[in-house]
Design a protein around this ligand. Structure first.
Ligand SMILES: C[S@@+](CC[C@H](N)C(=O)[O-])C[C@H]1O[C@@H](n2cnc3c(N)ncnc32)[C@H](O)[C@@H]1O
Length: 267
């Protein structure tokens, strides 16, 4: 499961700038009585989850770290193979064609956009992190039908009403608070044309695979949980958001740890 990680080292390798230093060996007390230096703040656990921009800019400070937080791997072939899987899921759920405009909420490094842009009219990648978008820009350089948009973290304000055919949001809701989740569902509804389609997923504690993730994260002490740690949704939660926002023809599927929902905006 490429998205299920709870990195204790902030994703950095030993020796890389910003990596947690190795635990010091037990040693004799220092000979001077000078006060001990203030410990380096733990960048990640010190930032509240809702400061989405700071959290995700910090997680994507290098191309390799950004890849690790999006794909769980720094191998280019993993970026491409997982993107292929996501595109197949979108094809089977919301569908798309080369005449349609697609928008991704939380596009990260443009993993999915790289595979989708060649098969749709326009691909719009939106993300709260300017740094993630820089990595996406580099990845999608030379692809003409791509637009990248930096978000506030809770809305799609730069996107016009009724201008999009398909909005999707994958491997993002686990990093959001419930209010932002619902805000994005409402915003997806606003920007979709009548008849447009919306897809969303999250991990759920309602399956054994999802419960395992929850248990793994439960083992951390509360103060040790990093702000991006994955939090689940129940199928009922996602269904409620979609219905309350006005979507119709709701469909759902559970795949391992993931609950997927997709629906239409009425015509
Ligand atoms: C695990 S990555 C998934 C990226 C992409 N959806 C994919 O599947 O390749 C989560 C992404 O969500 C973005 N994100 C986190 N909080 C966000 C928010 N409040 N609004 C928009 N994007 C957000 C992060 O910057 C990151 O790029």
């Amino acid at each position: 499961m490429f998205w299920n990680r709870a990195r204790r080292d902030g994703g950095k390798s030993e020796g890389e700038p910003g990596a947690r230093p190795p635990e010091p060996a037990v040693s004799a007390p220092p000979e001077t009585s000078a006060p001990a230096p203030e410990p380096e703040p733990d960048v990640l656990t010190d930032i509240p989850r809702i400061q989405y921009k700071r959290v995700w800019d910090s997680l994507s400070d290098t191309r390799i770290r950004a890849m690790q937080y999006v794909v769980g791997s720094d191998r280019e072939q993993d970026v491409r193979s997982t993107a292929k899987e996501t595109v197949q899921i979108l094809a089977r759920t919301v569908g798309f064609s080369d005449t349609q405009t697609m928008l991704e909420i939380g596009c990260g490094i443009g993993r999915v956009g790289q595979a989708l842009a060649p098969v749709c009219r326009e691909w719009i990648g939106c993300d709260v992190s300017g740094r993630m978008l820089e990595h996406a820009r580099a990845r999608l350089q030379g692809v003409p039908n791509v637009r990248l948009v930096e978000l506030s973290g809770y809305d799609l304000q730069p996107i016009d009403d009724q201008s999009i055919d398909v909005v999707y949001c994958t491997i993002v809701f686990m990093h959001l608070e419930e209010w932002e989740r619902y805000n994005y569902v409402c915003e997806a509804f606003r920007v979709l044309r009548p008849g447009g389609r919306f897809y969303v997923d999250n991990f759920t504690i309602c399956t054994d695979e999802g419960w395992k993730i929850f248990e793994t994260h439960r083992r951390f002490l509360p103060g040790d949980r990093e702000p991006q740690i994955s939090k689940s949704s129940t199928p009922q939660e996602l269904e409620t958001y979609l219905r309350r926002a006005g979507f119709v023809d709701l469909k759902t599927r559970i795949d391992g740890a993931l609950v997927r929902y997709w629906a239409h905006k009425p015509r």
